[in-house]
Design a binder for this molecule. Structure first.
Ligand SMILES: N[C@@H](CCC(=O)N[C@@H](CS)C(=O)NCC(=O)O)C(=O)O
Length: 214
């Protein structure tokens, strides 16, 4: 058995953060497929009792330990391996500041936007989508401005803050109806830099469940 197991599915950008980190650090890991769409697995009493009481992916299994929340998983793996770890206490707090912004704001809005547009039945209300899109545009501008200053979120080298921000940003532009990399040149160049890292893989290749058969 691999050293780590990750509960995940291909369409989850939240899970992609953890899967990407595992691949970038060269960890020995395997995915455990969670049937979110058809089986509603995250909402079953069994999943909540045995895997994650919060009813979410990703969940990282390391022996007897089970960790959820991608920010916790990224922090755990960075502390264990020293890889993608910010290099001072000040930098660690700065990374945490951006990771919380990412979780709550940028990818916190992009995830539901993409879900409502592609997967929700009935499809998302246009007024809700317009509200989310307005917020997303504002958050993308903040990240784009930040990345105008340095190649990575915290400076000259990639850290867990960068990996967190990758969550939904490599999914196809058609799934959003707008082209993030094409319209935000600093984000586009940064996504190319992240993609060039050894071990990078696209979420649809890294996690099971694509294509989706609904
Ligand atoms: N802040 C969490 C968000 C996790 C999350 O929302 N995961 C979604 C999938 S993308 C989920 O498992 N949802 C379960 C449900 O709605 O039942 C993280 O970063 O790990």
């Amino acid at each position: 058995m691999s050293e780590y197991q990750l509960y995940c599915f291909a369409q989850s950008g939240n899970a992609y953060r953890a899967a990407l980190m595992l691949n970038l650090i060269g960890a020995d890991w395997e995915p455990i497929y969670v049937d979110f769409f058809k089986g509603g697995e995250t909402r079953t009493p069994k999943y909540r009792a045995e895997v994650n009481e919060m009813g979410e992916v990703p969940v990282l299994v390391d022996g007897a330990k089970k960790l959820s929340q991608s920010a916790v998983i990224l922090t755990y793996l960075a502390e264990r391996t020293g890889k993608f770890q910010p290099d001072s206490e000040e930098a660690r707090l700065e990374a945490l500041r951006w990771i919380i912004f990412d979780n709550q704001k940028l990818n916190g809005f992009l995830g539901p936007y993409r879900f409502l547009k592609n997967f929700a039945r009935p499809a998302g209300d246009p007024a809700v989508l317009a509200f989310l899109k307005g917020r997303i545009d504002g958050y993308l501008a903040i990240l784009d401005k930040r990345l105008a200053k340095a190649p990575y979120v915290l400076g000259d080298r990639p850290t867990i803050a960068d990996i967190s921000f990758c969550a939904y940003l490599y999914y196809p532009a058609e799934e959003f109806g707008f082209d993030i990399a094409g319209t935000h040149k600093n984000i586009g160049a940064w996504l190319d830099r992240m993609k060039a890292l050894h071990g990078w893989e696209h979420p649809y290749d890294l996690m099971p469940g694509y294509p989706l058969n609904l």
